[in-house]
Design a protein around this ligand. Structure first.
Ligand SMILES: NC(=O)c1ccc[n+]([C@@H]2O[C@H](COP(=O)([O-])OP(=O)(O)OC[C@H]3O[C@@H](n4cnc5c(N)ncnc54)[C@H](O)[C@@H]3O)[C@@H](O)[C@H]2O)c1
Length: 264
């Protein structure tokens, strides 16, 4: 019998045997992430207000509703088992300076973008702990943060406050759960070409000029694609990133780190 050497083996899909939950996975970055994890071999559950016809377990869930979140996580564990990967992606935007948003709008955005992460993570932690201690020995959380957490952007006071909280929460969670074998990281996208940005553009007086301005704001001169963000999430959440925790990964065309001269 010929001996089988490692390089002759069929490569095992990176996420084979793993269960991933993606909040806000019915659109934009969340949908691209759900597709990416599925393509890499994961069983994917999407928790969202909306659904798609993709091959995911769709669980209708509002991340601001405690009971709905607990029920949704129970549905996932009953259907798919322990949770190896949680992507806290659901989020909403807000525009304006610090004096422009009403207290209700402040409560609403923080409720979805920050407390939503706390709710879903709290509900999922028992299943993540089991996954970390189980056969695959793998559990990771990736939170969707933003360039707005690390750079001052005009007319984004409330949204930036929410994403600054996501960055701090990511590091705190990483510290708390390292000893349980659960890694926690976040991705900080620049402006990403998603339905969300499409809605922003269609509300602008001159959508083409606004799109060009958003693209020019990034040193790469273009918007980020949802697939590029999804690839970063898959990298951070994957079994091969076992030494990476408390990390924020910018996917922003150089917007945070680079200072280039103006384009000619
Ligand atoms: N698009 C960008 O430029 C950009 C940049 C940086 C960060 N982000 C972040 O990426 C994430 C996704 O943004 P996107 O552009 O893909 O948006 P999107 O609007 O295309 O998708 C967001 C999804 O979240 C769901 N959702 C919203 N509120 C929810 C709730 N209460 N409960 C459950 N699901 C809910 C929506 O139904 C939708 O499917 C957000 O956290 C956003 O802050 C986006």
């Amino acid at each position: 019998m010929p001996r089988t050497t490692d390089h002759h083996r069929t490569p095992r899909a990176e996420y084979e045997g793993l269960v991933a939950v993606v909040t806000g996975g019915a659109s934009g970055i969340g949908l691209a992430t759900a597709r990416e994890l599925h393509a890499r071999g994961a069983e994917v559950a999407v928790l969202d207000l909306a659904a798609t016809d993709e091959p995911f377990l769709h669980v209708h869930c509002d991340v601001t509703d405690d009971q709905a979140v607990r029920t949704a996580v129970d549905t996932v564990t009953n259907e798919l088992g322990d949770i190896h990967v949680l992507v806290n992606n659901a989020g909403i935007g807000a525009q304006g300076t610090v004096e422009d948003n009403t207290p209700d709008e402040w409560h609403r955005v923080l409720d979805v973008n920050v407390i939503g992460i706390a709710r879903v993570t709290t509900a999922a932690l028992p299943a993540l702990r089991k996954a970390a201690a189980g056969g695959a020995g793998h559990a990771a959380i990736v939170n969707m943060c933003s360039i707005a957490a690390t750079a001052g952007l005009p007319r984004r006071a409330l949204y930036s406050a929410s994403k600054g909280a996501v960055l701090a929460l990511t590091r705190a969670m990483a510290a708390d759960h390292l000893c349980e074998g659960i890694r926690v990281c976040c991705v900080n996208p620049g402006t990403v070409d998603t339905p969300w940005v499409g809605r922003l553009l269609s509300a602008a007086d001159d959508a083409d000029a606004e799109r060009a301005a958003l693209a020019a704001r990034q040193p790469s001169g273009r918007l980020v694609s949802a697939e590029e963000v999804a690839a970063a999430v898959a990298y951070l959440a994957g079994p091969r990133s076992g030494a990476t925790t408390g990390t924020d990964l910018a996917v922003d065309g150089g917007m945070q780190a680079l200072r280039l001269p103006p384009r000619p």
